[in-house]
Design a binder for this molecule. Structure first.
Ligand code: UDH
Length: 288
């Protein structure tokens, strides 16, 4: 599929205009309620027409300026994924993005590794389509304003700048967790994300340091547009805080060129096309 087209779709009609820089149907602030009685059927209905298998979409009436792969690190959060899909598909469609949703599922019960899953998502999404932008999003975060566009900018962007759990502001100035976007070039410039942060903590700070060391800046929406609601939940099993991760942070400058997309090793188990997303199940070769 060397044309960079989604499988089974025809090329966009040549007479379609480019989509406008400001999508006309945005609504601004949104009401987000995590309704636990919501079914997958409700989610399908809400996502509306135009989605292609695997959670792919292209605006029907214009050529999007943004080819975006949305990468979600995942294990054992089916309920959260339901909420995410319910809210995000309509938003992303209104944002007129040419997008695909990739849920990167860590196989087995070994220690979780969020950043390595994100690296896998980058590689696997590019096998399917010539994405030029990558949004890396936790499964439990839903934007409260659709003007927070899931696209890339001339600097890496931290989209989840005002999360409810932190009182709608940054918990600290260099926070880079939750939802971020990087263009393909920006991501390659930092050698992707670290593969060696097993368990909870630190990987997002390492990602921030990578951006700084490569002389880029983090851009953010303002605190109103950057508002997010998180699904409340207890800490996961097999993702305990790893006390070694904090110590690694001081070493980012020395390790980043050797630990990242250029050292990524994993075993692909399955790629499953669901109606609303593509599930990539992967063995990360975790520590014994
Ligand atoms: N994730 C999973 N499964 C897991 C662990 C993590 O899917 O078992 C993914 C998921 O996308 C999640 C992200 O990795 O949103 C980050 O997980 P996290 O545990 O670092 O962050 P989250 O904000 O929870 O989800 C923070 C700990 C909550 C403790 C609350 C105690 N009151």
């Amino acid at each position: 599929n060397h044309l960079g087209l989604p499988r089974g779709s025809s090329p966009p009609l040549p007479h379609l205009p480019l989509c406008p820089s400001f999508p006309p149907k945005l609504e601004g602030p949104l009401r987000i309620e995590f309704d636990w009685t919501r079914t997958m059927d409700d989610v399908h209905k809400e996502s509306g027409p135009g989605l292609q298998e695997g959670g792919r979409f292209q605006p029907p009436d214009c050529i999007s300026q943004h080819k975006v792969a949305i990468i979600i690190p995942f294990r054992n959060r089916a309920q959260h994924l339901k909420h995410w899909l319910y809210y995000l598909h309509p938003i992303l469609k209104r944002q007129q993005l040419d997008y695909g949703v990739y849920v990167i599922h860590q196989h087995g019960n070994g220690t979780f590794n969020r950043a390595k899953l994100l690296n896998v998502g980058f590689v696997e999404a590019l096998k399917e389509y010539a994405y030029d932008c990558f949004v890396f999003s936790d499964v439990d975060l839903v934007p409260m304003n659709d003007r927070n566009i899931y696209r890339c900018h001339d600097q890496p962007r931290h989209l989840s700048a005002a999360m409810d759990k932190f009182g709608f502001r940054l918990p600290y100035k260099t926070y880079f967790g939750g939802v971020v976007s990087l263009s393909r070039e920006q991501y390659m410039r930092i050698n992707g994300f670290p593969n060696e942060f097993w368990g909870w903590g630190g990987e997002d700070d390492d990602m921030y340091s990578r951006v700084m060391y490569k002389k880029m800046e983090v851009s953010r929406p303002d605190n109103r547009v950057g508002m997010y609601k998180m699904v409340r939940h207890a800490r996961d099993l097999h993702n305990e805080e790893n006390p070694h991760n904090a110590g690694k942070l001081g070493l980012t400058r020395l390790t980043m060129d050797a630990d990242g997309i250029n050292s990524l090793r994993y075993t692909l188990k399955h790629v499953t096309k669901h109606a609303l997303y593509t599930m990539v199940t992967v063995d990360l070769h975790g520590p014994k």
